[in-house]
Ligand binder design. Structure first.
Ligand code: KG4
Ligand code: ZN
Length: 357
């Protein structure tokens, strides 16, 4: 079946046409990065307005692909949550309009669950999904950090989740602490790579939360903050000692690199170790790392070095938010929605009646 997917849960306006949950006919993403950059984070009101401006053009482009038109589309899939409520509403109401006008079924999708289905879009995966299952998936993005055991489409067990910040959020905050460009994740990774081989990364703590598959990054973030202040206090004195306010010296580039590497090492160590342990405990046939942070090479290498089953990591354009994964999820696990479907900003796996957490 050919499905048109629509995604507007955060700061990407996206539409995609996907065949049988696996074959990408079109995958259009309009990033709002430039609109939010100067604020150092996503501004919900701006996000909603940008979605309104972009959604028609993005969908038209997705429908402009070769060899298909509206008469070939079998359903419209849209993200119901979790996400920013105003942003979600744009996509949901747009999808309802399309569904009504084109007389097509409307399918509602959980955005976090959909990240897992990005694995089936790589083109190299067998269908049906059974050969990969059970699969342990690590979903790491700016809004989520969850470790999930997938037994079959629609049948999951959430093994652990973050108790505070999401992994990507921690990267973004540490990027800001280090004075790096937004978003922090790619910046921290880039700078960490510049650490000379003969210089040790900063030593930062790991929150193991023994006996659980949960995660916590707030202690690491605070430890990083202390290290930044300490390093700045010990750095060269400011050029103008009479300057008011922040009188500490800026960090030297090598100090920034050492802290970025130490922070990244800590995050990767905990994520990879817990993913590998879960894969063993639940006899997984494969593991997956999905979501924006999956773009991090150190994380991919760290996971590859500790798991002994197949590792699936979608290409970067499918790891970050996109509508292809929304259409894929709707194909493998269709949830029919009525016109009274509302956005659910805090939709969790267990809130959805058909999911078993
Ligand atoms: O999945 P995504 O596009 O949006 C959300 O659903 O949040 O993920 C974006 C997050 C941001 O926090 C960004 O800093 C992080 O993914 N990210 C990275 C990297 N690339 C993106 N984090 C670490 N290393 C990267 N290379
Ligand atoms: Zn996401």
């Amino acid at each position: 079946m050919r499905i048109l997917g629509i995604e507007t849960s955060c700061d990407e306006t996206a539409a995609a046409v996907i065949d049988d949950g696996r074959v990408i006919r079109s995958n259009i993403v309009a990033s709002q990065l430039a609109a939010h950059e100067r604020f150092g984070g996503v501004v919900p009101e701006i996000a909603s307005r940008q979605h309104v401006l972009a959604i028609v053009g993005v969908t038209r482009e997705a429908m402009r692909g070769d060899g298909y038109d509206w008469s070939d589309i079998g359903a419209i899939a849209v993200t119901r949550g979790p996400g920013l409520s105003g942003a979600l509403l744009v996509g949901i109401n747009f999808a309802k309009g399309l569904s009504l006008a084109r007389r097509l079924p409307l399918l509602a999708v959980n955005h976090v669950e959909a990240h897992v289905y990005s694995v089936w879009l790589s083109g190299q995966i067998p269908t049906p999904p059974a050969p990969l299952l059970p699969m342990v998936a690590l979903i790491v993005s700016g809004g989520h950090t969850e470790l999930v055991l997938m037994l079959s489409p629609g049948h999951y067990r959430v093994l652990g989740r973050t108790l505070d910040d999401a992994a990507g959020e921690a990267f973004d905050k540490v990027g800001r602490l280090l004075g790096l460009p937004y978003p922090g994740g790619p910046s921290v990774e880039r700078v960490a790579r510049t650490l000379p081989q003969d210089i040790e990364p900063a030593t930062l703590p790991r929150a193991w939360l023994p006996g659980t598959y949960d995660f916590s990054f707030s202690g690491l973030k605070t430890a990083t903050l202390h290290m930044v202040s300490q390093s700045r206090g010990h750095a060269r004195p400011p050029v103008d000692p009479a300057s008011r306010g922040d009188t500490l010296a800026p960090l030297e580039p090598v100090q920034v690199a050492a802290i970025a590497r130490g922070f990244q090492d800590s995050v990767v160590d905990v994520l990879a170790t817990k993913l590998a342990r879960a894969a063993k405990e639940f006899s997984a046939r494969s593991v997956a790392v999905v979501g924006g942070v999956a773009a991090n090479e150190a994380l991919r290498a760290g996971v590859a070095s500790v798991v002994d089953v197949d590792l699936h990591v979608p290409e970067p354009g499918l790891s970050t938010d996109n509508a292809a994964m929304i259409a894929a999820a709707a194909f493998f696990r269709p949830v029919t929605a009525g016109y009274d479907t509302d956005a659910d900003p805090s939709l969790s796996w267990s809130d959805d009646a058909t999911l078993s957490a």
